[in-house]
Design a protein around this ligand. Structure first.
Ligand code: GUN
Length: 296
């Protein structure tokens, strides 16, 4: 049996980015180029890769980007000073501080310091609040927004669907739950969040019409946890040891892809599923920030 259809995140991201490129061209005719500042603290290898991919996409779409790197030992004050300068720079419409941050820096303090109008991550309390209230004027966090687009573009109906999300993090699980239970198109789902204290995760998973794995546990979701025909979205990026692989390790998702593909109806490949969508939504938020600044 061929198994589940693949949800092609790269192809869907490309259609969204084509629209972003058109909007960037429209801004150019008015003398405006969208600008996005990246901030990294330390040398986390995964963060370097992620920011590198985002910078490359900015270049392809005509968005100005610049990356500021602080040393691993930087304190909160240094980072807040950097953000304050970026907030004040009119060439920059958007700011992204890559998580995770070193332990001496409080993420909540940092994300509260980014101007809400430049907060294309959707992590500032004003944007989190707007998301919770269903106020469309805020910026929605990129991975949850990308997952909603993946579902919509793949013809997956969320209306009345049982959605089970594994993971309650502030970047994916919690905001995705809020987004998918809103009373609006491509939402209206019945959402359950499972986490490390959930009593019977398998029983919850088996009820799901749409199962989203975002807890960071390598290949946690097995075939016997999935209802036949369900839609499975794998957000996980986990590096696991593999003596046979180049560098002695390889990347796997939170889903046992080969096993789950045999029972699911649709599934995201990993890589090539959620990752490209996160970047596409970041580009969309950035062009929107620039349009708002240009009063379009
Ligand atoms: N780290 C993992 N995902 C994200 C994201 O969407 N934004 C930021 N800033 N950091 C992340």
């Amino acid at each position: 049996m061929a198994g589940a259809d693949l949800i092609d995140g790269r192809a869907i991201a490309a259609t969204i980015q084509a629209d972003v490129a058109r909007r960037v061209a429209g801004l150019k005719t008015r003398g405006v180029q969208p600008g996005l500042a990246f901030v990294r603290v330390g040398e986390d290898p995964a963060s370097k890769v992620y920011v590198g991919r985002k910078e490359k996409t900015c270049g392809e779409l005509g968005i100005h980007s610049e990356t500021h790197v602080l040393p691993e030992a930087a304190d909160e004050r240094e980072l807040l000073e950097l953000i304050s300068g970026l907030n004040a720079d009119p060439r920059l419409h958007a700011i992204l501080v890559q998580a995770p941050l070193p332990a001496q820096i409080r993420e909540s303090v940092v994300y509260s310091a980014v101007l809400p109008g430049k907060d294309v991550d959707g992590f500032h309390p004003v944007n989190v609040g707007k998301l919770a209230l269903g106020d469309p004027t805020g910026f929605k966090p990129c991975t949850p927004a990308g997952i909603r687009e993946l579902l919509a573009h793949s013809g997956v109906r969320t209306e009345g669907a049982e959605v089970v999300i594994l993971g309650r993090g502030n970047i994916v699980g919690k905001p995705l739950a809020i987004l998918l239970c809103q009373k609006e198109p491509n939402a209206n789902a019945t959402v359950t969040i499972c986490h490390s204290r959930t009593r019977d995760i398998r029983a919850h998973c088996r009820r799901a019409d749409i199962l989203v794995a975002a807890m960071g546990a390598p290949e946690f979701v097995k075939a016997d946890m999935v209802k036949p025909g369900a839609v499975v979205i794998d957000v996980g990026v986990n590096r696991v040891p593999d003596p046979g692989a180049k560098g002695g390790s390889r990347l796997v998702g939170d889903v046992d892809f080969a096993g789950v593909r045999a029972v699911a109806g649709k599934i995201t490949p990993n890589p090539g599923g959620v990752g490209p969508m996160t970047i596409a939504m970041l580009m969309q938020n950035t062009v929107r920030a620039a349009e708002i600044a240009a009063h379009i």
